[in-house]
Write a protein that binds this ligand. Sequence first.
Ligand code: Q0N
Length: 286
Amino acid sequence: MSETVHVGSGKVRELYALDDERLLLVASDRISVFDVVLPTEIPDKGRVLTGLSGFWFARTRELCANHLLAIRDDGRSSECRKLTMLPIECVVRGYLSGSGWKDYRETGEVCGHRLPEGLRESDKLAEPIFTPATKAQTGHDENITREQAAELVGAERLAEVERVSIELYLSAAEHAAGRGIIVADTKFELGLDEDGRLVLADEAVTPDSSRFWPADEYEPGGTQPSFDKQFVRDYCESLGWDKTAPGPELPEEVVAGTRERYLAAFEQITGIPFDDYAADPEVVLG
Ligand code: Q0N
């Protein structure tokens, strides 16, 4: 007999202990917009994110080991190795957006990377940059320099983390670009196994951990439409909602349109029909 103990929750995911060595990561269908979780769910969103993560874990296992042991038949639950997580968020940016754009505008730098003058919002960077952040328990993660990150994990480990993070981003971004999706930036969570080896954890290169932009609408010089959440954002903006909790309920056409966008992201990136994933989630593992 086994008890499944709840050990943590994010805005839209839950973590349970299976035993001393294994965790169960469950992706819900909840959606957040402007950092507020909405009362309306997007059917299949959790399965799409779990399937995409599995796809990337399988494709990048040569670049970095990962925590995935199995995807359960429900398509939303992953059995994972329990790791000792590093106390930093490993962010890689290929384009200038969000807090990267804000910091650049204010200082000409992002996390200690001095960038060329004259860049516009959403411009592609000459090379992707590693821009670590602290893990805020509440509120927003805060960007830190690589020197500050080195104090948290050690200089040698940080050099490995930076190299691996950039390789993972480039591999995924190149794959997605060939399928009409720009991965503007992404956040990895890395941990260490019993032997001190670096292991990729959490979700990987999903629309919740990354900015996905439709490549055919890319136009630097302003904010870009979100591949997945733009209908939800537009609807919320149309209400004049003040972006504090509780968020609004979504009408069924916004739910249906948004669900289609998640399924499109899954199918464009993996090349696998979503129905095939639903029938046998481990198809994404190749
Ligand atoms: C872990 N987080 C942060 C789910 C996501 N394999 C692991 N081993 C040990 N700890 C973690 C993992 C993983 N993945 C990751 N917290 C613990 C993100 N969580 C927040 C809660 O929801």
